[in-house]
Design a binder for this molecule. Structure first.
Ligand SMILES: O=P(O)(O)OC[C@H]1O[C@](O)(COP(=O)(O)O)[C@@H](O)[C@@H]1O
Ligand SMILES: [Mg+2]
Ligand SMILES: [Mg+2]
Length: 335
């Protein structure tokens, strides 16, 4: 259980990323044990401060951030950018890589025994720390997440499809279960925090209205809705059986660009989704082509089965009055 290499022997991980991937795997394995012990291991959900973004920091957010930063030393990662830290840290001056991380995603779920995770993104290091990350997401060389759920799993891409690992509690190794995961087009599930309906832009309201109208509406079929409030868990469900995720910008103060961060959350999830043959946009523009203007920049985020994401884009393409009129008349999109 204390293996330095936390992967099964057949894990196809590129040699130059091995040390960093092994560090991520070791910390993921430790965190999964800690999370499984819940309150027996301390008050993981206790609020301990605020992060750079003004979000409440929980004890587990800080614990996870410190564990990754420590374990990644000597693994070839020069620049470490964490959602929990204001600026980029230099951890291995000779290293060729830059790693961005959301050490603990879905913090609001820590005490509820619902899946939470870690999201990571690896790029080539630039001479300047921040500049390494203020670049389009299509330059990522690896991206993935670890999900701490009923099973602890790691999904990762090195730009050549999506690899799916499960942490085997018997051996303590992330064991490859699928090396070519793709997103189904078939699902009728969508995920959005519907409590913000009144704040959404009109195209998003029109899209969701048409889903909610079900079999009697313009889509002529019934849909089902999910909202876990853990991006990793929503992503995992969509990778497993298809569907659509939306976190749009909205009219609440501070939410013009939604809630999710480009560098730590959206760019890595977008790379995974595209590698699984899905699409990921901000409603209209491909996420992987966007350049964040700051480390903690946010972006509206829409991803999932390719045809569903494209359909959302079509609602944005229409002038506002036409969205209401056409969709009100239920004339535009059928099924
Ligand atoms: O509470 P809301 O507004 O529905 O937001 C939920 C979203 O916030 C997040 O929890 C943000 O991530 P953190 O927990 O890393 O801050 C996502 O996992 C999730 O999709
Ligand atoms: Mg997060
Ligand atoms: Mg987080």
């Amino acid at each position: 259980m204390t293996d330095r290499n936390p992967y099964s022997p057949d894990a196809p991980i590129p040699a130059r990323l091995r040390p960093a991937m092994e560090a991520l795997g070791r910390v993921g394995r430790d965190l999964s044990r800690r999370i499984a012990r819940g309150p027996l291991g301390g008050q993981l959900a206790a609020t301990v401060g605020d992060n750079a973004d003004g979000d409440r920091q929980k004890a587990l957010d800080v614990m996870a951030d410190e564990a990754f930063a420590t374990e990644l030393k000597g693994s070839g990662v020069r620049w470490y950018a964490s959602e929990e830290q204001e600026t980029v840290a230099e951890i291995d001056p000779a290293g060729p890589l830059a790693l961005a991380i959301d050490p603990l995603d879905g913090s609001s779920n820590i005490e509820t025994n619902v899946s939470i995770g870690t999201i990571f993104s690896i790029r080539e290091a630039d001479e300047d720390g921040a500049a390494s990350f203020l670049r389009p997401g299509h330059e990522q060389i690896a991206a993935g997440y670890i999900i701490y759920g009923p099973q602890c799993m790691m999904l990762v891409t090195f730009g050549d499809g999506v690899q799916d690992y499960i942490l085997d509690p018997e051996t303590g190794l992330f064991t490859l279960v699928n090396s070519a995961l793709t997103i189904s087009q078939e699902s009728t599930e969508f995920a959005i925090n519907a409590s913000n309906y009144r704040h959404w832009p009109q195209p998003v309201r029109a899209y969701i209205d048409d889903c909610l109208a079900g079999a009697e509406g313009p889509r002529a079929r019934n849909f089902n809705m999910r909202w876990i409030a853990s991006l990793v868990a929503e992503t995992h469900r969509i990778l497993a059986r298809g569907g659509l995720f939306l976190y749009p910008g909205d009219a609440r103060p501070g939410y013009a660009m939604g809630r999710l961060r480009m560098v730590y959350e959206c760019a890595p999830i977008a790379m995974l989704v595209e590698q699984a043959q899905g699409h990921a946009t901000d409603g209209t523009t491909r996420i992987l082509d966007k350049i964040p203007d700051s480390l903690h920049a946010r972006t509206p985020f829409v991803f999932g089965s390719a045809t569903k994401v494209d359909r959302v884009g079509a609602y944005f393409d229409l002038p506002e009055q036409e969205v209401s009129a056409l969709f009100g008349n239920r004339g535009l999109f059928r099924v």
